[in-house]
Write a protein that binds this ligand. Structure first.
Ligand SMILES: C[S@@+](CC[C@H](N)C(=O)[O-])C[C@H]1O[C@@H](n2cnc3c(N)ncnc32)[C@H](O)[C@@H]1O
Length: 295
């Protein structure tokens, strides 16, 4: 299917980036590393699909950015074979430890992992045939600058391949943002919006020097098992409250957050009740965008 353009940007939306942003990102993922792979039916299939979309060649040199526990890196290592090589980098040590443990367990010699921030790490120019980033672009602080760095690391003709959900990915996030702007005149921007439309992706990649840009979309579902509508609505709120790019706590006082929460729950719970349910949980349907561009 062909992706369509999503929501307009509205006045009042801000992306708050503080000097401790990177630490917030690390803290956010540090706390999730232990459980990341437990019953994770969401990220691994997206990584596998990204590797398929990238159409890697045997013998290729691949960089996997924001590799996490290494799902895309291991799939890429299988695709490039023993004559190829995959480097996975991630900013969060505990996520990378899981990847390293898995690499040691499988005995694969064509994949390695390195701790590093994709926005500051030094890598040689023009050494990669492919750069992958699955479920990671939205965490980058300065996406236009990062895309230029990735362009510089690719050999001429090399490919950058990433995914990003069509914004908004979660209907309840829009509810929260709309209410927040109505009440307080300001709301955190959903970080996934920067690359959240086909037009945004094309413009960002073109500015960074990429060509032959292809963007496709797939319909996806994210199931939150064993979650009743009220819990689902609450989880969405707590997620937005903590999300590193623009947590509500950076914009509103504690009292304002509690007021917002109460107004939000009144609207969001009926909305969550109207969402499809499966296995005692809520099913969120969304579109994932897949970008492939040539350096
Ligand atoms: C949703 S996880 C994705 C992990 C993996 N790609 C997957 O799909 O399973 C996001 C990852 O991005 C990493 N990350 C965030 N900002 C980063 C940065 N600036 N440089 C490298 N990794 C980063 C986090 O540490 C986290 O492991």
């Amino acid at each position: 299917m062909s992706p369509s353009a999503a929501s307009d940007r509205r006045e009042g939306l801000v992306r708050v980036i503080h000097s401790d942003y990177k630490q917030r990102v690390k803290d956010f993922w540090q706390g999730r590393a232990e459980v990341y792979d437990a019953n994770n039916t969401f990220h691994p299939p997206l990584c596998t699909h990204l590797v398929r979309v990238a159409d890697l060649h045997k013998g290729s040199n691949v960089l996997d950015i924001a590799t996490g526990t290494g799902h895309a890196a291991f799939a890429a290592a299988d695709a490039v074979g023993p004559t190829g090589h995959v480097l996975g980098i991630d900013i969060t040590e505990s996520m990378l430890q899981q990847a390293k443990a898995r690499a040691a367990g499988t005995g694969k010699s064509n994949v390695e992992f390195q701790l590093g921030d994709a926005e500051t790490i030094t890598l040689p120019d023009q050494i990669f045939d492919f750069i992958l980033c699955s479920n990671g672009m939205a965490y980058l602080q300065d996406i236009p600058a990062a895309l230029k760095r990735f362009h510089g690391w690719l050999k001429p003709g090399g490919k950058l391949c990433f995914n990003n959900p069509l914004a908004p990915m979660m209907p309840l996030t829009e509810t929260l943002i709309t209410l927040c702007i109505e009440k307080f005149g300001v709301a955190p921007e959903d970080a996934a919006v920067v690359l959240g439309t086909e037009d945004n992706i094309r413009a960002a990649l073109t500015s960074a020097g990429f060509r032959h840009i292809q963007v496709t979309g797939t319909e996806e579902v994210k199931v939150s098992p064993n979650t009743m509508p009220a819990q689902f609505a609450e989880n969405m709120f707590r997620m937005m409250e903590r999300f590193p790019a623009a947590p509500l706590s950076q914009l509103l006082t504690h009292q304002q957050i509690e007021e917002l929460r109460s107004d939000y729950m009144a609207v969001a719970v009926p909305q969550a009740e109207a969402l499809p349910q499966q296995d005692g949980g809520i099913v969120n349907q969304y579109v994932m965008l897949w970008a492939v561009a040539t350096a």
